[in-house]
Ligand binder design. Sequence first.
Ligand code: NAP
Length: 251
Amino acid sequence: MNAQHPLAVVTGAGKRLGLAITRTLLENNWEILALVRQPSTALDALAASGRPVHIIEQDIADPAVWFDLWPRLRERFGRLPEALVHAASLFEHDTADTSSWAAIEAHRRINYDSFVAAASAWMQCADTMQRGAFVALVDQKVQRLNPDHYAYTLSKLNLAVSIPFLAQALAPKLRVNGVAPGLTLPSGGQTEAGFHTAQSAFPLGAGLAPTDIADAVLFLLQQRWITGQLITVDGGQHLQSDCDVLLRAPS
Ligand SMILES: NC(=O)c1ccc[n+]([C@@H]2O[C@H](COP(=O)([O-])OP(=O)(O)OC[C@H]3O[C@@H](n4cnc5c(N)ncnc54)[C@H](OP(=O)(O)O)[C@@H]3O)[C@@H](O)[C@H]2O)c1
């Protein structure tokens, strides 16, 4: 890696966890290619503040994206970016009873196919001595299965099992790891109160924050001898028993 100013693509960088990861990487001397589908005020403000952030507007559901983007970035920056953090995701509620081919395909494309295509296309663009690191954001849910968010969960299960395979197939050029967050921000229309109740049922209690996820991503990008790992950062949510949830649910 370029020790002076490593270059990372962050997908979903415009808000929430992707934005927190972007901020943490910037604070640690990274230059960021922030890939967003739509502009965000917070990201525009970060770029306007003079930080090394370049905004790329792109829909990553497009199958050609990565095979086209890596060569373009190499041309523009004079080198292939050393890292990718895949924080973009589709997260829509469905169940086995309500899901559809379209829902399964849409979640799979953004949450899983895009990461695998990015890694494969990066490999095809990399010179013999190139080294890099990719981190995919997964979900603690892959370790504590429950049947809601059916299409989303299937896509994240695919993503989780692809990590050791990609790490093996793409070594030594590319390290591939994952971070599995627990509930870190309110999601799916959750109220602040509902979010705090849910977090306080974690074995380690409430308080998991976007910077905790970003710190784990940074660790995996910097630790040159780790590959094929999925680190769960969730306050123990994946260890939670149904009893924990019921005992702390609002009356
Ligand atoms: N937040 C949590 O508590 C939590 C818990 C467990 C796992 N995770 C995982 O952590 C990651 C980040 O979570 P989050 O809550 O910050 O994610 P999020 O709000 O669900 O989505 C992040 C971004 O994905 C982008 N995106 C969606 N479809 C796209 C497409 N076709 N092309 C380009 N960008 C697209 C969206 O960008 P635009 O706004 O530009 O459309 C959005 O800003 C996700 O992988 C999520 O599954 C999060």
